[in-house]
Design a protein around this ligand. Structure first.
Ligand code: NAD
Ligand code: ZN
Ligand code: ZN
Length: 380
């Protein structure tokens, strides 16, 4: 038992008081975990574009004040009633979509959309009692994605924590907790490109480049990167991307450019931008007869996907996925092992590192399209 178990912990958290305003590092109170919950000491966290969308709240429901953050690594501090399988000291990755282990989805081989713990972007409280575990002078601060990792301590449902190999370096494997698993899994678990195929990846941030890495691991021979930011192209070569298209360089729609480059369309495409037009292009650029497109980007809340139905009649398939179809608790320890066995490189996704007090710099990098993942060190 740790000395803090059962006590309120006072610690630092980066609080988003208002949409689009810099986070403020504040002293907060973190309540002990209740039934089926775990309190985790976060050691490293990183920034994913999903945090930025909900912080900007331009196309998403505003929920403030809130503690963002969902890509992280930490150590269990204490566990609530009924928690089995996790104990203080265990190394864990928080996951924004959970696995209760009991529901029809958790029992299905095909789905990771747990009935109880699937992603819910608008809920700011714990599912057990509808309350927040965070407060400042007794005033509640809302949670985000059930993880809220921009805090030195956070409370998470046990079903949203993957227990990992304690010798895995948390400052590296924290990126497995969202972006890298999402992109890699979108390719290897959902798009499943046959060997020798041509794959288009829309959006060359960390998620898209992990999708490209998955295409390379699957034996794709052509990997075409599509991005509006040309500064992405040079770095993307390290991830197996061997051709590039910037939609801004062409008068015609990018799906037509891709169809011309590939004799009718790509075999697979993976969209990792969150932009609705890119989603439509990613679908319309796949080859008729067999092409499969997979949507990964988080859309604006009012976005509508529009395409002619004949694109489906012509035997194109459209899919989408959260978290690359991985089941967080069952599958993620294995993804960490892939890194440990040198089958999956993570270092090349990590381009920046800042201290916790500099967390707003990580937001600036992402807004400027600079770099891939920025690790935030909680001890600094
Ligand atoms: P990022 O900002 O690092 O990368 C996105 C890239 O897309 C940028 O390089 C940007 O220039 C490019 N882009 C934007 N609009 C484009 C367009 N219209 N055409 C071509 N390129 C365009 O973001 P990220 O952290 O890699 O996340 C990528 C997307 O994946 C985001 O929408 C994020 O919310 C989403 N996401 C989804 C899941 C999931 O489970 N489905 C998980 C994590 C992230
Ligand atoms: Zn994410
Ligand atoms: Zn479930």
């Amino acid at each position: 038992m740790s000395s803090t178990a059962g006590q309120v912990i006072r610690c630092r958290a980066a609080v988003a008081w208002e949409a689009g305003k810099p986070l403020v590092v504040e002293e907060i109170e973190v309540a002990p975990p209740k039934a089926m919950e775990v309190r985790v000491k976060i050691l490293y966290t990183s920034l994913c574009h999903t945090d930025v969308y909900f912080w900007e709240a331009k196309g998403q429901t505003p929920v403030f004040p809130r503690i963002f953050g969902h890509e992280a690594g930490g150590v269990v501090e204490s566990v609530g009633e009924g928690v089995t399988g996790l104990a203080p000291g265990d190394h864990v990755l928080p996951i924004f979509t959970g696995e209760c282990g009991e529901c029809a989805h958790c029992k299905s081989q095909e789905s990771n959309m747990c009935d109880l713990l699937r992603i819910n972007t608008d809920r700011g409280v714990m599912i057990g009692d509808g309350q927040s575990r965070f407060s400042i002078n007794g005033k509640p601060i809302y949670h985000f994605l059930g993880t809220s990792t921009f805090s030195e301590y956070t409370v998470i449902h046990v079903g949203c924590l993957a227990k990992i190999n304690p010798s895995a370096p948390l400052d590296k494997v924290c990126v497995v907790s969202c972006g890298i698993s999402t992109g890699y899994g979108a390719t290897v678990n959902v798009a499943r490109p046959p060997k020798g195929s041509t794959v288009a990846v829309f959006g060359l941030g960390a998620v898209g480049l992990a999708a490209a890495e998955g295409a390379r691991a699957s034996g794709a021979s052509r990997i075409i990167g599509v991005d509006l930011n040309p500064s992405r192209f040079e770095g993307a070569k390290k991830f197996g991307v061997n051709e590039f298209v910037n939609p801004a360089d062409h008068k015609k729609p990018v799906q037509e450019v891709l169809a011309e480059m590939t004799n009718g369309g790509v075999d697979r495409s993976i969209e990792c931008t969150g932009n609705i037009n890119a989603m439509i292009s990613a679908f319309e650029c796949v080859h008729d007869g067999w092409g499969v497109a997979v949507l990964v980007g988080v859309p604006h809340k009012d976005a509508v996907f529009k395409t002619h139905p004949v694109n489906f009649l012509n035997e194109r398939t459209l899919k989408g996925t959260f978290f690359g179809n991985y089941k967080p608790r069952s599958d993620i320890p294995g993804v960490v092992e892939k890194y440990m066995n040198k089958e999956l490189e993570l270092e090349k996704f990590i381009t920046h590192s800042v201290t916790f007090s500099e967390i707003n710099k990580a937001f600036d990098y992402m807004l400027q399209g600079v770099g891939l993942r920025c690790i935030i060190r909680m001890d600094g």
